[in-house]
Design a protein around this ligand. Sequence first.
Ligand code: FAD
Length: 112
Amino acid sequence: MSELQMVQGHLAEMALDVDAAALLIYRAAWTKDMGADRVTREAAMAKLFATDQAQQVIDKAVQLHGGDGVRKGHIIERLYREIRALRIYEGASDVQKIVIARAALAGHGGVS
Ligand SMILES: Cc1cc2nc3c(=O)[nH]c(=O)nc-3n(C[C@H](O)[C@H](O)[C@H](O)COP(=O)(O)OP(=O)(O)OC[C@H]3O[C@@H](n4cnc5c(N)ncnc54)[C@H](O)[C@@H]3O)c2cc1C
């Protein structure tokens, strides 16, 4: 399957999603390390984006694994179920969007 171009396309998107999420996480950590007064905006963006991308990556993994991806007890099925909760706890996705919007309206942060 890995030789099929459509499958390679999915793998490329999954790698891109994971790396893009990691970069936002590194930025939030770097901003904190630099002694910024607040990292609310950066942390909210990292959490929102990383958990959204995690969902999309595991969804593609389910698709690539076919029936195995939804078989109870299979690691892909377990991850698919467990990753869903990430967009709820530690600040639900909708709440992160509100945090980001309020930070933008208050003029906190920016492209950095
Ligand atoms: C697997 C898992 C593990 C958890 N572990 C812990 C833990 O270790 N410690 C702990 O204290 N808690 C834990 N929780 C609880 C978790 O923090 C809460 O579930 C979370 O804060 C959401 O609260 P709620 O379930 O009451 O949903 P609600 O607050 O009722 O929110 C429900 C939905 O409403 C929407 N929403 C909420 N507020 C707004 C808003 N202002 N604007 C727009 N939309 C909004 C969001 O889409 C949200 O998902 C865990 C939850 C899960 C699922």
